[in-house]
Design a protein around this ligand. Structure first.
Ligand code: OGA
Ligand code: MN
Length: 290
């Protein structure tokens, strides 16, 4: 029997008693799917799984994204977030791999820079450091519900442009290659997503949100910054302290997440992600006309 226990007053829950080697059966999966709908983040404890098992479980939630060029795991169904190189030793702090890991310390939604952004992500802890390296989540449904009316009015019907080249440049101006820029040109995303009558609406933002359509550069940035500061207040945040063999699933359209620092030049951290593709774009025409 699976047990589902809330981890935060607003969202996130822990799932125990699940055996991914033998299931879950359809009834158990339905219980999990429903809990995921309302809690947005699920922490599955004690899942000592390999890549194939992770892919198999992830697929039950939908089709998987293929990892884009320039990211560890490119061309496969896996994203590797690790400070270990191919020979198993820790890579230097100036390496592309480390800089890309550092970019995850900005609040973000995975793949919000794609025309059809990801629905969900599943992250498996394979090696965790002794301290730090937590992952934080903030509840964008609760944030929208509490947003002052002035800000609700400001985002109503608005579109933000999400741009991977722009967000990665903040970490290091040379981090993004021309090939990456070509693969993921800027796209349009609704600033407010509707999850239906039971779940309400959420703000859709994060590190890739570069500007707001219809506002000049400075006004757009000011609005995004004000919204981000509001959404990421402590009362909307769940900090996940990883235990060995944790597997965490989150809804990229209802929460933002970020990595936190650890002693990355001394200690290993190796995580494997699968990304569940979205069912459709957030606006009718996500592409920007050339
Ligand atoms: C991710 C991510 C943060 C972390 O897997 O998409 O941003 O703490 N991870 O590793
Ligand atoms: Mn991420």
């Amino acid at each position: 029997m699976v047990r589902i226990t809330p981890l935060h007053p607003l969202f996130a829950a822990e799932v125990t008693g699940l055996d991914l080697a033998s299931g879950p059966d359809d009834a158990t999966f339905e219980t999990i799917r429903r809990a995921f709908g309302t809690r947005s983040v699920l922490v599955f404890r004690d899942q000592d799984i390999d890549d194939e098992q992770q892919i198999r479980f992830s697929r039950r939630f939908g089709d998987l994204e293929t990892t884009k060029v320039g990211t560890s795991g490119a061309g496969s169904r896996l994203v590797i977030l690790s400070n270990l190189g191919p020979d198993g030793s820790i890579v230097p702090p100036t390496s592309r791999q480390m800089l890309n890991n550092k970019a995850n310390r900005f609040w973000h939604a995975d793949s919000s820079f794609k025309p059809v952004p990801a629905k969900a992500s599943m992250l498996s802890a394979r090696i965790i450091p002794s301290a730090g390296g937590d992952t934080q989540y903030c509840c964008m449904r609760a944030a929208y519900a509490e947003l002052p009316q002035r800000l609700k009015d400001a985002v109503e019907g608005r579109v933000a442009v999400h741009d991977y080249g722009w967000s990665r440049s903040k970490v290091d101006p040379d981090l993004v290659t021309e090939e990456e820029r070509r693969a993921v040109p800027p796209v349009r995303q609704a600033m407010v997503l509707d999850h239906g009558p039971e779940l309400g609406r959420s703000l859709y933002l994060g590190a890739h949100a570069a500007r707001v359509e219809g506002l000049d550069e400075a006004a757009g940035r000011a609005l995004i910054d004000e919204l981000m500061a509001f959404c990421t207040q402590g009362r909307f945040v769940y900090s996940h302290k990883w235990r060995p063999h944790d597997l965490v699933l989150w809804n990229n359209r209802a929460v933002l997440h970020r990595a936190t620092p650890f002693r990355g030049s001394d200690e290993a951290r190796h995580m494997v992600r699968t990304t569940i593709a979205g069912d459709g774009p957030t606006v009718e025409t996500p592409h920007i006309a050339a």
